[in-house]
Design a protein. Structure first.
Length: 265
C-alpha cells in the first residue's frame, strides 16, 4: 500500500502529537502575538486583519496624495452639471494646492496670456473660457461640499463698503450668472472667494471614476460582500487542507502498523 504522507518543515513526518503541536505553533506564529495575528485562521481575527489591511492601504494612499498635491481633499467628484461640457458629473478631479505649479490664473488674466484649463468648449453663453478652475469652500464653510468653478477675476474690496471683501469672482461654465450673484440654502449670498477659502485648483480629471465617491455607501456594501465571500473561501480552503492532513496522518499510521505486523510475521 502506497500511503500519502505530509512532511513538516524539517522534512519529517509528524507522526506524534508533540510533532503536530510544534508544527501548528510554527505555522501560526508560535508565541509571537503579531505573527500569530497575521497567520491566524480564526474567522473573526481574519476579518479584523482584512479590515486593518484595507485601512492601512487607504491611509498610505491618502498620505501619498497629500504629499504630491499639497492640499486636502486632493480628489473631488463633480456632482452637478454646472461645468458641463468641460467637466461632467462623475468626473474625479485631482486637486493641487493653489500655489502648486504656479499661482491661480483668473479668466481675465488667462485671456491675455492665452492660458486656460478645461477650456476645450465654450461656456453657456458661447464665450471662450480661460484661466484656472478652482475648488473652494463657499463663504469659508467647511461643513458644506466644496464648489468647483472657474476663477473669473479678482475683486478688490471697496473700502467705503464695510461688508465688502476681497476675493475671487467665480462662475460655472454652464451657469448664467456668477456665483456671487446667487445664493445657497442656509448660506445666503455667496461672497467673493478669499484666498484662504480656496482648497486648490483642478489639475486633471478622470471620467466616470468619480461615481464611486458619489455612491460611497453602495460601494462600501459591495466591498464588504466581496470581503465576506473571500473570507468564506479562505475558511473553506483551510478546512479542506486540515481534513486532507488528518486523512494523510491516519493513512500513514495505518501503513506503519501494517509494516510492523508484517515484520512480526
Amino acid at each position: 500500500m502506497n500511503a500519502v504522507t505530509k512532511q513538516n518543515k524539517s522534512g519529517k513526518i509528524p507522526d506524534t502529537e508533540k510533532d503536530r503541536k510544534t508544527e501548528t505553533q510554527s505555522d501560526t506564529g508560535g508565541k509571537n502575538p503579531l505573527m500569530k495575528f497575521l497567520k491566524t485562521t480564526d474567522p473573526t481575527m481574519s476579518f479584523i486583519r482584512d479590515i486593518l489591511c484595507v485601512v492601512c492601504i487607504v491611509g498610505l494612499i491618502v498620505l501619498g496624495l497629500y504629499g504630491v498635491c499639497g492640499t486636502w481633499p486632493a480628489v473631488v467628484a463633480v456632482e452637478s452639471e454646472s461645468m458641463v461640457p468641460n467637466m461632467n458629473v462623475g468626473d474625479l478631479v485631482i486637486v493641487v494646492a493653489p500655489d502648486r505649479f504656479g499661482n491661480i490664473v483668473t479668466s481675465e488674466e488667462g485671456a491675455v496670456i492665452g492660458y486656460g484649463k478645461y477650456n476645450e468648449n465654450p461656456d453657456r453663453q458661447g464665450n471662450k473660457v480661460y484661466g484656472d478652475v478652482i475648488v473652494y469652500k463657499p463663504n469659508g464653510r467647511g461643513n458644506l461640499h466644496p464648489i468647483i468653478h472657474r476663477a473669473i477675476s479678482w475683486h478688490e474690496a471697496d473700502a467705503s463698503k464695510p461688508s465688502d471683501i476681497s476675493g475671487y469672482i467665480t462662475k460655472g461654465d454652464n451657469n448664467n450668472v456668477y456665483d456671487q450673484m446667487a445664493g445657497l440654502t442656509n448660506v445666503g449670498m455667496i461672497q467673493p472667494v478669499k484666498k484662504e477659502w480656496v482648497v486648490g485648483k483642478a489639475f486633471f480629471s478622470i471620467p466616470y471614476v468619480g461615481y464611486a465617491p458619489l455612491h460611497i455607501v453602495e460601494f462600501a456594501i459591495i466591498l464588504i460582500v466581496i470581503m465576506v465571500i473571500h473570507e468564506l473561501y479562505i475558511r473553506n480552503r483551510d478546512e479542506n487542507r486540515r481534513k486532507n492532513l488528518s486523512n494523510d496522518t491516519k493513512n500513514n499510521q495505518k501503513s506503519n502498523k501494517g509494516k510492523k505486523g508484517s515484520k512480526k510475521d
